[in-house]
Write a protein that binds this ligand. Structure first.
Ligand code: BGC
Length: 401
């Protein structure tokens, strides 16, 4: 019996075949179903209820989510707006002097929890929240402008869906803004958007009412520049560097065979074996197996800190063994993912010796991503950004064999 075990072990070592589970030894064979899988930016969840899709999150013990604190971010955006109003000149803000602050709202995707959290945060801060994130489901609110209380009315809230069906669509925002400026005239005192792409889209409208305050979210490079130029009033940083580095660090840790709390602490709250550590604080929530970056308000007082090129000096070139990761992005035309997230990934991946293959979809059909989620045996791990937040299973099904 002993002899037999020994012979099997020797054979396994000679052939270089060590079965799935470890993945530490060079030449080991790990089945796709046992490889690390990180969902990012689009948390597996029910588009209607927002409930986290724990079946996808529990796909294997190496499955995690990396994102940012969406609910906290909604509150940060709401406070950014009310802080601005509280010290603003009421005569300038209330353009037609009717004692009512009218605003229009660009909604990104009614089924995306980031979008919902921002709509809720904005409406709660302005008192227009009626318990729903849907377009039009609002009540009259109130807010302090320059020491005086004003009524607040959400003139219109609209989901910005492109003609091709893609969500968070900046062109749709340009068009909507053009229509709003004509329809509501000087009743519009403020423009609020679930992201920077759509806010910048609004500013593109030829009849954008000059000087009307406008708020976005993401701290994309062009939005930061627009704050510097006095065109955009404010945005929120969801700390893209911490998220992109976090996604890669969790993968790195799993690929290095770390387990338990080491997966979400090494290189994140304590230095990893290569001496790397992400600088900003990142929270781990065990119940949803997620790592969450924090948000920060950006306006004319601090925009310079957010100018492009401020990468995290806590991550340096490491001597980690090279690994291959296949990464999907739901929409190649998404402003945040293409102009902020992807460049950050491309900066940190080589430092961690991760060779990234990036495939991108069209933002409307899951198949546009899934059809490129192929040759799976060639990769050591996967990072997934889905078109629809409830599509997790479509990806894990492909990893079954
Ligand atoms: C960003 C949006 C982006 C979306 C894509 C959000 O977190 O703020 O700009 O369109 O992610 O999933």
């Amino acid at each position: 019996m002993k002899k037999l075990t020994c012979t099997v072990l020797v054979l396994a070592l000679v052939s270089g075949l060590v079965f799935a589970g470890g993945g530490k030894d060079a030449g080991s064979v790990v089945l796709n179903k046992d490889k690390p899988l990180v969902f990012f930016n689009r948390q597996p969840s029910d588009p209607t209820t927002g409930a986290i899709d724990m079946a996808s999150m529990n796909w294997n013990d190496k499955t995690y989510y990396v994102g940012f604190d969406a609910a906290g971010g909604g509150a940060v955006q709401g406070k950014l707006i009310t802080d601005f109003l509280s010290s603003a000149d009421a005569k300038k803000i209330d353009r037609n002097g009717d004692g009512v602050i009218g605003y229009v709202l660009c909604i990104g995707d009614v089924g995306h929890n980031d979008s919902k959290a921002r709509t809720e945060g904005i409406r709660k801060a302005l008192g227009t929240w009626s318990g729903s994130t849907d377009p039009g489901k609002v009540k009259e609110g109130s807010v302090v402008v320059g020491g005086k209380t004003f009524k607040v009315v959400e003139l219109e809230g609209k989901a910005m869906t492109g003609t091709d069906g893609s969500t968070w669509n900046a062109n749709a925002a340009t068009e909507a803004m053009g229509g709003w400026a004509t329809k509501f005239g000087t009743n519009i005192d403020m423009v609020v958007s679930n992201n920077d792409g759509m806010a910048m889209g609004c500013l593109q409208a030829s009849n954008y009412p000059a000087g009307v305050p406008i708020f976005g979210y993401d701290a994309n490079a062009d939005a930061i520049e627009a704050i510097g130029a006095g065109k955009l009033t404010g945005t929120v940083s969801q700390n893209v560097d911490a998220q992109a580095a976090g996604t890669l660090q969790v993968l790195r840790n799993l690929l290095d065979g770390l387990t338990g709390a080491d997966v979400y602490t090494k290189g994140i709250t304590t230095a990893d074996q290569y001496g790397n550590k992400i600088t900003p604080a990142v929270d781990y929530k065990a119940d949803v197996k997620g790592l969450f970056a924090l948000n920060g308000p950006v306006n004319s007082s601090n925009w310079k800190q957010y100018t492009a090129g401020n990468r995290d000096a806590g991550i340096k070139k490491s001597a980690a063994p090279a690994k291959k990761v296949l990464l999907t992005i739901y929409n190649s035309a998404d402003n945040f993912l293409s102009s902020s997230y992807l460049p950050a990934l491309q900066y940190y991946a080589p430092l961690m010796n991760i060779n990234l293959t990036v495939v991108q979809g069209d933002g409307q059909n899951e198949s546009s991503c899934l059809d490129k989620f192929t040759n799976l045996n060639n990769y050591d791990a996967y990072a997934i950004n889905m078109v629809k937040t409830n599509s997790g299973r479509d990806y894990t099904d492909k990893l079954k064999y």
